[in-house]
Design a protein around this ligand. Structure first.
Ligand code: SF4
Length: 94
């Protein structure tokens, strides 16, 4: 698998890329739907790992990151329960 081939298996492959960047930033109502899409994505763990290691921006693995770090501003819609679920799918084998 080449460096970016994993993206072809991501649940977002047919979605507008802006949903994971500008639109996510601008529209707080939209965020839970994007979060849900990522939570069910088979590539979520890899996606988040890439974001951290490459210091990316935008939604990766269901978490909005800025320069590879978790953004306070663009994750403030999340509840404690949602964080727990998110860490669960990002860190535990299902
Ligand atoms: S976790 Fe989200 S952003 Fe990453 S590949 Fe899957 S659907 Fe796309």
């Amino acid at each position: 698998m080449n460096k970016n081939e994993w993206k072809d298996s991501g649940s977002c492959r047919e979605y507008d890329t802006n949903l994971f960047f500008d639109k996510y930033e601008e529209n707080e109502q939209l965020r839970p739907a994007i979060d849900k899409l990522c939570a069910a994505c088979p590539m979520a763990r890899q996606c988040f790992a890439v974001a951290v290691s490459q210091k990316e921006w935008g939604v990766w693995g269901g978490i909005y990151v800025e320069n590879g770090k978790i953004s306070r501003e663009f994750n403030k819609h999340r509840s404690k329960e949602n964080w727990a679920e998110t860490w669960s799918y990002l860190t535990m084998d299902n």
